[in-house]
Design a protein around this ligand. Structure first.
Ligand SMILES: [Zn+2]
Length: 360
């Protein structure tokens, strides 16, 4: 079946987890704003949430400018680090709490926390549950701000026999002793949640627990605001198929804890985003047998319509808001002034300057 399904309007689908890799796609001569409009229209998606990446300070700015240009867009901002590894003693007015407050003032709708991904963690090696982040988490918990967090990666990334050369070339082999073991990272999150049980935290990519869902069930029972998203990792869809009946019940029972997203990264994989939106929708809403990740077939779990709607949109809206927050241009200007020296390339710097001229 080659045709993509357009997600029916009644579900008001929100892609809760997208990124911007580059601001302009040469091939189609399309900028990121038009690119996302095209994606939404062609997939039947009502709104999108762009999650910033700590790739460089410019990504946060671009994402914020995107929100200025498109008032329908949600966005999650991330902490910017003035150096790697960062020195907590000299970070001055760029500490996580200050940055959180700046982002809220600008009008971000939530926080993207990628620092639990092993390759990112390795840059700073600062525990997520340490004093460095403590005031940041405390304030976020108090405010009830939504955090989309990428913690760990698939377990086999630590196993040299199971990581393909392709993944190794991407830097996704963590078994050489220089990365934090995944159990230790899980422990940091356990500690964090014990300290801040009300955090409105969504753990991306099923928290890489599709082979051990009991861990998620335990966490759902303890933490009322905890959620996961079902952006691939393709491995999770293989586990869903291998445990079809279990997961059919799991999705029905925890339909208020699961968020839809594709993890698309404009313009790198616009086609893949469409494919993903189609696959995830069919998996949730139909009982079709469809080609899924790594050429595995997967059977849809045919959830009742109201549960499909929870996953496709309501869970995000409940955590983040019905409409995106209004942007404060003055606060964004101040932010860009403060952090622009951290934009690493001339090219990005120029693009941000051009966008500022156009939208601020
Ligand atoms: Zn992502």
């Amino acid at each position: 079946m080659s045709e993509y399904i357009k997600i029916p309007k009644k579900f008001q689908a929100i892609d809760s987890h997208l990124h911007i890799h580059k601001l302009f796609e040469e091939e189609r001569q399309m900028n990121f704003i038009d690119g996302h409009e095209w994606y939404k229209d062609s997939c039947g998606i009502k709104a999108i949430n762009i999650a910033s990446l700590p790739r460089n300070a410019g990504n946060n700015m671009a994402v914020a400018l995107y929100k200025v240009a498109n008032e329908q867009a949600f966005a999650h901002g991330c902490i910017v680090y003035p150096e790697s590894p960062v020195n907590p003693n000299t970070i001055g007015n760029m500490d996580p709490l200050t940055q959180y407050k700046e982002m809220m003032e600008i009008g971000f709708d939530g926080i993207k926390f990628l620092e639990g991904k092993p390759e990112i963690y390795k840059r700073n090696w600062i525990p997520v549950d340490s004093d460095f982040y403590e005031p940041f988490w405390a304030e976020i918990e108090k405010d009830g701000t939504h955090v989309l967090a990428h913690i760990n990666d698939p377990e086999f990334f630590w196993d040299g026999d199971k990581v393909s050369d392709e993944l190794k070339a991407k830097g996704w082999f963590y078994g050489d002793g220089t990365y934090l073991p995944s159990e230790e990272m899980y422990k940091q999150i356990d500690n964090l949640l014990e300290k801040h049980p009300s955090l409105c935290l969504t753990l991306a990519h099923f928290y890489f627990c599709s082979a051990k869902p009991k861990k998620l069930v335990d966490m759902f029972n303890r933490y009322k605001n905890l959620a996961i998203d079902i952006t691939p990792g393709g491995e999770m869809y293989v586990d869903f198929e291998n445990n079809h009946d279990y997961y059919k019940d799991f999705f029905a029972k925890y339909s208020d804890r699961i968020l839809f997203g594709t993890d698309g990264d404009f313009p790198r994989c616009v086609e893949a985003m469409r494919w993903l939106a189609d696959r995830i929708y069919r998996f949730l809403a139909t009982d079709e047998r469809i080609m899924s990740f790594d050429n595995n077939l997967i059977e849809g779990i045919l959830l009742p319509e109201h549960k499909v709607k929870q996953i496709l949109s309501e869970n995000f809206v409940r955590r983040v808001g019905t409409t995106p927050r209004v942007m404060n241009k003055k606060a964004l200007k101040n932010y860009i002034d403060k952090y622009k020296h951290l934009i690493p390339t001339r090219e990005d710097y120029q693009l941000i300057e051009d966008l500022c001229k156009k939208y601020l």
